[in-house]
Design a binder for this molecule. Structure first.
Ligand code: MN
Length: 323
């Protein structure tokens, strides 16, 4: 997915006065993805109060969208650097093409992890047979030591772990006795969790991880704090158990993200992550000049996305509050 925010460099630093162990609620904002019948996504990361959860630095939640009304997803070839992308669907199907030559179908319940590293480009188009599009698009910031790594693409279909009161699909990291075989550059967790009506799940988690719970459906509470759909409940590091409860009379679904706190400052602009304004300027120039850095997408019917104009001001780095 390509970031289409008009002012993607917006940065306001905000601290948190909340007690260490309380759950912080991050509400989403609606962002149009662009195009004549633009799909709208609900973005919870990054935002003023929080840039990252672990190394997760971007979280868009969308749908269920009737593709007949929204036109579905059609994102022309665009670049990424310094990050990985995760496409995780609940329904629908997206055709992915990238400059490694991958042509993959992204389907519900299947992890597709693309590593931008130094540079990659890709296109994403919902398929003709998709009637409803519903899922999340997530980015992972790469640490300094690995942010120039080679581009890569991994596919993994996690098994379904049955629990008393729900089920879990672990796409990255470890939870509920299952471990994803897909390697990460920093310790990470990513899982889809569904809860039966009225169910409570107590999930042992790694104490050094911070966690974010994005609610897709249902009335779910995280450690006693109720969350609304599309909200992200944040739990700071130091917990050994997450308690998820579904107060609704129908099934609930959440996406759980986690990881060790990412302590580097990052500069995010459009589809790039760097460490300095100059990193961003260089990446933009390399994309606009069609350098080999990002490669080429073969087979996409249409033009690639041009980069937006840079802001006049120096793009400020972002970091989390309260290290
Ligand atoms: Mn993308």
């Amino acid at each position: 997915m390509s970031n289409t925010e008009k002012r993607p460099a917006e940065l306001v630093h905000a601290g948190s006065d909340l007690p260490e162990r309380s759950i912080e609620i991050l509400t989403s904002r609606e962002v149009p993805l662009g195009g004549p019948r633009a799909m709208t996504v609900r973005r919870t990361l990054p935002q003023r109060a929080r840039t990252l959860v672990g190394a997760w630095c971007f979280a868009d939640h969308y749908g269920p969208d009737d593709v007949a009304l929204t036109g579905g997803m059609r994102v022309a070839p665009h670049p990424h650097t310094g990050l990985q992308t995760v496409s995780w669907l609940f329904s629908g199907e997206i055709e992915h093409r990238d400059s490694l030559g991958n042509h993959a179908l992204i389907r519900p319940g299947e992890l597709n992890l693309m590593t931008g590293g130094f540079g990659i480009c890709h296109s994403e188009v919902s398929t003709e047979r998709t009637t409803s599009l519903h899922g999340v698009q997530l980015w992972v910031a790469l640490p300094e030591a690995n942010r120039h790594t080679a581009r890569d693409f991994r596919h993994h279909v996690p098994g379904v772990v049955p629990l008393d009161g729900g089920e879990v699909r672990v796409f990255l990291g470890s939870l509920a006795g299952d471990t994803s075989p897909v390697p990460t550059f920093t310790p990470l967790l990513g899982a889809e969790i569904s809860l039966e009506p009225g169910a409570t799940l107590r999930l042992p988690v790694q104490e050094e991880f911070e966690h974010g719970v994005i609610v897709d459906s249902g009335r779910v509470s995280l450690n006693g704090t109720p969350l609304d759909a599309a909200e992200l409940g944040f739990a700071a590091a130091g917990l050994t158990t997450l308690t998820l409860a579904n107060a609704s009379p129908r099934r609930a679904r959440v996406v759980l993200l986690g990881g060790t706190p990412f302590r580097e400052e990052i500069v995010m602009w459009w589809n790039f992550i760097g460490r300095t304004h100059e990193d961003i300027v260089r990446a933009r120039e390399d994309w606009q000049s069609r350098s080999d850095r990002f490669g080429r997408v073969e087979g996409y019917d249409g033009e690639r996305l041009p980069a937006p104009a840079l802001p006049n001001a120096t793009i400020a780095p972002r970091r989390n509050p309260s290290f």
